[in-house]
Every structure is written in C-alpha cells, then in structure tokens.
Design a binder for this molecule. Structure first.
Ligand SMILES: [Zn+2]
Length: 440
C-alpha cells in the first residue's frame, strides 16, 4: 500500500509538473500570439494612417433647365447664390459670354460641395459649353468649350411590329430617335392611331460621336415612312438663303398650322393605338374629339395663338381656349391642371405645353376633349385640312428637287447592298438544310 501510495504521489507530482509546464507554455504562446495580434493591429493602424484620406465631402451635381422668362440672376438665386454674387458672376463672365443670352430649355449644371457652388456649366448650344469656376481671388472665370463631336451619317431601316418606339429599340437605337421621328411625322401620321403592323421606315440620320462613342442624334436628313402602303417622304433642306426646314418631295412644308393631336406621341400607350383604344371617337353632339390618356399627360397647344380663356365649370372641368390666326379657336377640356403662367392674353407657340390631362367636370375617365372652331362653328379636328406653312420658294424648287432626288438615291442604293446581304443569309440558311450543298 505504502509503495502504491508513494508511486501514486510521485505520479501525482509528475502530472502536476507536466500540467504546470503545459499551462506555462500555453500562457506564453497565447501571450506571444496576443503580442503578434497587437502587432498586426498596430501595423494595420499604421497602414490606415498612411492611406488615410481626409473625409471627402461629395461634389453634388444639380441640373436644371432654363425656364421661359428666366434671367441668369434668378437662375443663380434659385440655386442658392446670393444676388450680389450672381451679379458679380454675370459681370466677370461678360467678356467671355453674355449670360443675358441664356435660352429657355438649355441646361444649366451646378456642382456644389459643402453647400458652396464650385463649378457651373451652361450648355450654350448642342456643341458648346460655358465652364465657370471661381479663382483664388474670388472672381469668376469663364471658358467656352467646343465639344469635338464627330458626325457620322447612318441609314436606319425598320419595320413596325408593335409600335414605332419598340421597333426603334429593337434596332439598337435610342428612344430619342422615335421621339424625333414621331415629331417629324406628326402632321402626317397619328402615331397613336394610324400606325400598322408591317409599316416600314427608313431614316438617314446624323449621329454625334465622341471618342468613338455614340453620344446623341443630330439632324434627320431624310426619312420615308410607308404607312398602310402609302409612302410619306421628308427631306431636311437648307435653301441658298441659309433657311432650314423640312419638306415633302414636291416642296410642301412638313409643318402645318395645326398639330393633328394636342397630346404628344406616347411611347407606352402608342401600343394601344393599333387597337384604336386611345381615341374614343368623334361624335357630333359633343363638339370635339376625346383622346384617352393618363392623368398628367402633357397637353400641347395645337397651333400658335393667344389664350382667350381659362377656367373651371362643372361640365368642361378645367379648360383652356386659344384663338389662332384665320379665325380658328381651339378648346381643351377636363384638365387636371393648367400649366403655370398660362392665362388670358398670353401667347403660346404651336406644341407648347399648356396643361395636363385630367378627369375634371363631366368626364367618365381621364381624357382630353379637344374641340376646334372655325368662324365660331365647330369643325371635326380629325378631318381638318390644316393650312400648310411656307413651302420651298419657287426660285429654289428646282435646286430642292435635285437635292431630294440625290439623297433618296443614296438611301435606295444602300438598300440594294442590304438586300444582297439578306439574300446571301437566306442562301446560307437554305444550304444548311441541304447537306449536299455543303462546301458551296
Ligand atoms: Zn368630349
């Protein structure tokens, strides 16, 4: 027993010794590790301090469009600049560019940092910008920059499947091209109603490129739209006097006194047009046409004229009436809202927004009631043979016709190339189905 006890005790001591050694070693290792960890953290911290960048306040880009009646002073004041500073900017920049010339619709871009205006960019015209910065001494410096666009001409052909908008997108083009085309053809084609499946179009368009990248469309030089078998050609022509406009091949102006529809070409709802939905139809008893459209859709003045009346009543809802030359009056009813600034006596241009579609007055759904009077008698706006605007001057007609013929020759000659390519593809596909033709 004694021996056993001793043996046991000896063992116990050994175990304790081993145990303590293990504990010491592990404590040492943990400490070492901790030290390493700390070192790592320290290293990381020092790394951070090297790379540390002072917290950057973001440069905020604010884009606004110059409104009708805006002056540079109120544009800058709206952007948060003090009136005095705005005047200083105007006079500092004057030797480079007279900001009195700012035009409604042009872009104005402000770069703000820490709530201070750092840089201003004004889009003088589609090809040039005015850059304004403040120097160390607090005066404004302006620089006019001409954007070095490269103009490339392209021929785009398409076929309508569903809508012009979708066909354009399917061709890999941008929606803007559909808008430009629709606005060019709106006097001849109602893109919400007339357009049909398998209608075709071809457009000769200029594209602006910068660093080999497409930026935006420039001018449409010519176009042909075949709507339900009827060809409608349009040519952009600059006469020897330098005046540019769009004409049909016989010299008639494309623009007419009245737009066919006061609502813009609607990208999405245009689809319904083929099913003839938006137009609920013309009826003699209600003296106009009803155009179904979502609440808030812009309403444009169908022709240039003067606002004679705006108001509200329980039948017409919110309404606008416009007097045009040649004793025409146009009516717009059931508006949700009249555009700010539109009131009696104001002149409006053709296509200018005057209000927004609504469902006010005696109306069963959002729509625009559009009425037209000639000599105080109601006429059908859809059957109106709208007076045309200035045709090509007689003395330039020959010149114009030659130009027009040349441009369409260019378009059609390119078509021949395309057709042969298509034929080749057809043959290759055909060959695939006939093994014995392989190797041809
Ligand atoms: Zn109506």
């Amino acid at each position: 027993m004694k021996f056993r006890k001793r043996f046991f005790l000896q063992n116990k001591i050994k175990i304790l010794l081993i145990f303590t050694i293990v504990i010491f070693v592990s404590i040492f290792l943990v400490k070492k590790n901790e030290k390493e960890d700390i070192q790592v953290i320290k290293n990381k911290k020092s790394d951070n301090s090297i790379k540390k960048v002072p917290p950057q306040k973001k440069l905020i880009k604010l884009e606004t469009k110059i409104q009708k009646g805006d002056t540079i002073i109120n544009v800058l004041e709206r952007a948060g600049m003090e009136r005095q500073t705005a005047y200083k900017l105007f006079f500092d920049i004057k030797p480079v560019y007279n900001l009195k010339k700012i035009r409604a619709g042009n872009k104005f871009i402000l770069y703000k940092k820490d709530n201070k205006i750092k840089k201003i960019v004004y889009e003088v015209d589609p090809d040039s910008l005015l850059n304004i910065v403040k120097d160390k001494h607090g005066s404004f410096k302006g620089k006019l920059i001409i954007i070095p666009y490269v103009i490339k001409t392209d021929i785009i052909r398409g076929k309508i499947k569903d809508s012009l908008f979708e066909s354009i997108l399917e061709l890999g083009e941008k929606p803007e091209l559909a808008d430009i085309l629709a606005s060019l053809y709106e006097y001849d084609i109602d893109f919400n109603r007339d357009i049909r499946k398998n209608d075709t179009f071809v457009v000769l368009v200029e594209k602006k490129h910068l660093n080999n990248k497409f930026i935006k469309y420039r001018h449409i030089l010519a176009a042909e739209f075949i709507n339900r078998g009827k060809s409608i050609k349009i040519i952009r022509y600059t006469n020897p006097e330098g005046k540019t406009a769009f004409f049909h091949p016989d010299g008639r102006a494309v623009k007419k006194m009245f737009l066919r529809c006061p609502l813009p070409f609607m990208r999405v709802t245009s689809r319904y047009g083929m099913r003839r939905h938006p137009v609920l139809g013309f009826s003699a008893k209600h003296n106009g046409v009803d155009f179904g459209a979502p609440v808030g859709t812009k309403i444009r003045s169908s022709a240039t004229g003067y606002i004679t009346k705006t108001g509200y009543n329980r039948i017409m809802g919110r309404y606008i009436m416009i007097r045009h030359p040649n004793k025409y009056i146009s009516h717009y009813y059931h508006l949700n809202r009249i555009k700010r600034g539109i009131r009696s006596g104001i002149k409006v241009n053709q296509g200018e927004t005057i209000g927004y579609v609504g469902n006010t007055g005696r109306s069963t759904g959002p729509h625009l009631h559009y009425g037209l009077q000639k000599n105080r008698r109601y006429i059908d706006p859809l059957r109106l043979k709208s007076p045309t605007k200035n045709p090509v001057k007689k003395c330039y007609l020959e010149n114009f016709k030659q130009y027009s013929a040349k441009i369409f020759l260019l378009i059609y000659s390119n078509e021949i190339v395309n057709i042969s390519e298509k034929l080749q593809k057809v043959f290759i596909n055909y060959a695939k189905t006939k093994p014995y033709l392989k190797g041809l």
